[in-house]
Design a protein around this ligand. Structure first.
Ligand code: LLP
Length: 427
């Protein structure tokens, strides 16, 4: 996200605000988002969809802060939710219920009920058991549940190395071979209205082919369904578009969308509404995690920079071995600081948590001193939302920058809050 987080001389800026000023004002560790970066990512989907029958449903699991959701809702986004909690957040942030699709393999009764009462656009159903459950609850409430079946297209991961959720052997979706049967069952169940088909084949995908493979399989299914006199209103190809963390070349949404629309028209399905569920690609490079160096340790074979952020704040390195860029918030000038006492070394950036897996970045060449600020890049997706309170560490504050203004969109938790609701046993 180069233009939104950039250097002005030696200073890292978030739009027109200096990151070191944000750190001074709000403390560290601190999540900082750029509203302009969110808008630019949004436009990369919205532009190619002008005059198209399409809906973008932000995969809000990637970043569910109310201020972030509010922006997307104002720009016309729908939302892909996976829980009753996310439904409540989306509604609170101003989402229109008829733009919400409800995904997830384990929808509970109360969640199905809440979604029916809110009037969501559709349930992305992942099993026959779930279909029967939704039918029952809708009948009890005397309403009709709009459903799409999440089909598992079993796309070939061998030719396309990506984090896959569209393969046979995982818990997601309904196997494509039995999908037509399940649609026939849906057609006769009370309280069910069939409206669509969906799939989601994985995340951080950087090749177009898996999407097109999956699309062909969905279109073949639509042909079968037409033969059974089952007709749909929409086709949802999920999310999953990758972003640049290190040296990846992301797919431009416009490129994918053009190909998808062309195929839909070729196969006679141009009338379907196209839905996408992007998460990471709308928010990932719109956020950084700002952290302060506490201590430096120079061992014989290894240098550690111990910072005030940890795996509880940004879990991706620990959980996925994920690579995030690390930038100095004040870039050292080449000449003046390269002396004997301060020199660039190769550091592991680690947190204070009592686990060897508590690291944020490894083997980074940096010129560091105690109290220096660092920015962990690409932290806008699956960052704060995956954070926790392990070691009784309050979760970070979150700030949104808009041009030369900054807004505190979630205050730092206090230590007292962390156990305020816990109860001790009577003496
Ligand atoms: N739709 C469904 C049904 C999903 O399961 C997901 C993400 C999305 C949409 C959004 O996918 P995206 O566009 O963000 O790739 N925590 C992991 C990523 C998990 C993605 C789970 N599903 C990470 O930090 O890399």
């Amino acid at each position: 996200g180069a233009p939104f987080f950039h250097y002005d001389g030696s200073q890292l800026m978030a739009e027109s605000v200096s990151v070191s000023e944000l750190a001074a004002r709000y403390g560290t560790p601190l999540y900082v988002y750029s509203r302009a970066a969110l808008k630019a990512a949004w436009e990369s989907y919205a532009q190619p969809l002008v005059n198209r029958n399409a809906l973008v449903c932000f995969g809000m699991k990637a970043n569910s802060n109310l201020a972030v959701l509010q922006q997307f809702a104002q720009w016309g986004s729908g939302f892909d939710i996976v829980s009753g909690g996310e439904l409540a957040r989306a509604l609170k942030a101003g989402a229109r219920p008829d733009t919400i699709v409800f995904s997830g393999v384990g929808k509970q009764d109360w969640e199905i009920k809440a979604a029916l009462q809110a009037g969501v656009k559709c349930f992305n159903v992942e099993s026959t058991d779930e279909l029967e459950r939704i039918s029952l609850i809708a009948s009890q409430l005397e309403c009709t549940a709009p459903v799409s079946l999440r089909v598992n297209p079993d796309v070939d991961a061998k030719t396309h190395p990506y984090i896959s959720t569209g393969l046979k052997d995982n818990k997601f979706g309904i196997a494509i071979e039995i999908a037509a049967q399940v649609y026939q069952r849906a057609a006769v169940l009370p309280g069910i209205r069939i409206v669509g088909v969906d799939c989601h084949i994985g995340s951080q995908i950087t090749q177009i082919e898996p999407y097109l493979d999956a699309l062909e399989r969905l279109l073949n299914l639509l042909d079968t369904l037409a033969g059974l006199d089952i007709r749909l209103e929409h086709l949802d190809i999920g999310g999953g578009l990758g972003i640049r963390y290190q040296d990846e070349t992301p797919i431009a949404p416009a490129l994918l969308l053009d190909k998808v629309f062309a195929r839909l028209e070729d196969r006679g399905y141009g009338y379907l509404q196209l839905i996408m569920e992007p998460g990471r690609s709308l928010v990932g490079n719109a956020g950084i995690l700002v952290t302060r160096v506490q201590y430096l340790k120079h061992h014989e074979s290894k240098n550690f920079a111990i910072v005030d952020a940890a795996m509880n704040d940004l879990l991706r390195p620990t959980l996925y071995d994920a690579w995030h860029g690390v930038l100095p918030v004040a870039r050292p000038s080449d000449t003046s600081e390269a002396n004997d006492t301060t020199q660039a070394r190769v550091y592991d950036i680690v947190g204070p948590i009592c686990e060897s897996g508590d690291w944020l970045a490894r083997d980074r060449q940096l010129l560091l001193q105690q109290n220096d600020l660092l920015a962990i890049e690409s932290a806008g997706a699956y960052g704060f939302v995956m954070s926790g309170q392990y070691n009784t560490r309050p979760r970070c504050a979150e700030v949104m920058v808009d041009a030369d203004q900054s807004y505190l969109i979630r205050p730092r938790e206090t230590v007292e809050e962390l156990f305020a609701s816990e109860q001790m046993l009577p003496d």
